[in-house]
Design a protein around this ligand. Structure first.
Ligand code: FES
Length: 490
């Protein structure tokens, strides 16, 4: 018997991205109705999936998690109260199904004995007709009981997935995601690349309030914020301190633009300063637990250090990890600030953060494949955008083209890893001698040759101004649509 699955669950079960499933639906290779797919259709679309290999599913998840460079890599179990409630719900569903099966069994055995009785009382012609009915019933039973092993396995995997995770749908956006392990609704939503409304993440500010429209949520963390009686009666909950018991629908606000993100001022600590290359440092800052930074992928922050002044730097990490902020700092960048990071900044030092700024953001509504073009240190904001795009699973195809002076590439293993782990990700590197007109003209020609359908992509360019200005002029001159290019100077 086939089983209905939402897109998020179907993608999880098959170990593919949601974008890959959407692509198949668009090509007509997979039939979906109202966003639901039957297990039968899934098996038709992925006939080679090995359901016996239980590790394949986990392996794919792990590869994707590694690809997202998420800080918390261990996938812990849901809290025991949530787990107990989910198991209880499943037990209840199972008891319902068992009752139904017993009724069907009684119906079929009753039918078979009625047929026998009728045959005994009938003449030869009617007996033959009844025998045919009997054979038809037996054949149908054999087919249902004997030929559905793969469907059963898929349904069984889905049942297991329902114990380990719950599906959340948001209104009015219709965005959806799975909450896995010990994550709160807020953490899971951020990991899914959604710009949910929130503040402290620790149950103090009330900014993550959402109304439960259907389903049940359970408290997994202590919170001090007090919901009014009226809010409780209307079903309001705090997303940062609750997890769904089963599938839920919530009404909540999401940021749609940079203007929806408040300006914040936070004192963070240096967690590490790591050499990425002789001229590039990875600055890792950590905010206090109770004061995380809310930002969108592609945005920048003003960093200030006593004795080094301030500098506006693009954030190189994913908004899904709002406590651990990364920046790629080039030697000499931001005058004295860059030099300070290279020579004097140490673990534990305080850094003031002010922002976020900028609207170099991913157009979540765009249906176009994504082409990221980074120049030198422009890889920093590009990395943040790529991680966000991977988390959103929105694009069917993502390509990264990274151009730098000889020796100017760093973290190349990260780029190769994305390309190896994900079927829909491509990476190419380019060397540029100087950002002059002739060199950039050659570069634009190479981009057009390497990405012949770039005209149909949404293009995101990031890097120092001396590269971006000639690059933009040459790419637009070569026919790439200016209106579909977004730029960040960093
Ligand atoms: S984010 Fe502050 S209470 Fe949830």
């Amino acid at each position: 018997m086939s089983h209905l699955l939402g897109l998020a669950r179907a993608a999880r079960l098959m170990g593919v991205s949601r974008a890959a499933l959407q692509q198949r639906i668009k090509e007509g290779n997979l039939h979906a109705m109202d966003g639901m797919i039957t297990t039968e259709e899934l098996l038709k679309a992925y006939p080679d999936i090995s359901l016996e290999d239980a590790g394949a599913f986990e392996k794919t998840l792990k590869i994707k998690e590694e690809a997202f460079v998420r800080r918390v890599r261990e996938r812990s179990l849901p809290p025991k109260e949530v787990l107990a409630e989910r198991l209880f719900e499943q037990g209840r569903e199972l008891a319902d199904v068992k009752l139904h099966l017993q009724r069907y069994h009684a119906l079929v055995t009753g039918l078979q004995s009625d047929l026998q009785g009728l045959m005994e009382r009938s003449g030869p012609a009617a007996r033959e007709a009844l025998r045919q009915v009997e054979r038809w019933v037996e054949g149908g039973l054999r087919r249902v009981l004997g030929e559905t092993e793969a469907l059963d396995s898929l349904a069984l995997m889905d049942d297991m997935l329902r114990v380990m995770s719950a599906h959340v749908t948001l209104r009015p956006s219709h965005h959806d995601f799975l909450v896995e392990g010990a994550d709160s609704i807020l953490e899971a939503g951020l990991k899914a690349g959604l710009a949910l409304n929130y503040g402290c993440s620790t149950g103090n500010c009330g900014l993550c309030k959402a109304r439960v429209i259907s389903g049940q949520v359970m408290k997994i963390r202590h919170f001090d914020y007090v919901l009014t009686e009226a809010e409780k009666q209307q079903g309001y909950t705090l997303m940062c301190c609750h997890s769904p018991v089963g599938d839920v629908t919530l009404e909540t606000l999401e940021a749609n633009s940079a203007q929806d993100i408040p300006t914040q001022q936070i004192i963070a600590r240096v967690k590490s300063v790591q050499a990425l290359s002789p001229d590039m440092r990875l600055l890792h800052l950590q905010t206090p637990r109770s004061s995380r930074l809310r930002f969108l992928a592609g945005q920048s922050l003003t960093l200030g250090v006593a004795g080094a002044g301030t500098a506006e730097l693009a954030i190189a990490s994913c908004p899904c990890d709002d406590r651990n902020l990364q920046f790629h700092v080039e030697r000499g960048q931001g005058d004295s600030f860059g030099a300070f990071v290279f020579d004097r900044l140490k673990v534990g030092d305080s850094v003031s953060l002010y922002g976020p700024w900028g609207d170099y953001l991913l157009d979540d509504e765009s249906q176009h494949a994504l082409l990221f073009i980074a120049f030198g240190r422009g890889f920093g904001p590009t990395k943040s955008m790529v991680e966000h795009a991977l988390a959103r699973e929105a694009a069917e195809r993502i390509d990264l083209a990274w151009a730098a002076a000889p020796g100017g590439h760093y973290m190349v293993n990260q780029c190769r890893y994305w390309a190896d782990a994900l079927d829909n990700f491509g990476y190419r590197s380019y060397e540029l001698r100087a950002p002059d007109g002739a060199e950039m003209e050659r570069f634009a020609a190479r981009i057009l040759a390497d990405y012949p359908d770039a005209g149909n992509h949404a293009i995101y360019l990031a890097g120092p101004a001396e590269y971006l200005e000639p690059a933009l002029a040459n790419l637009a001159g070569a026919g790439l649509p200016h209106a579909r290019m977004r730029v960040i100077v960093c």
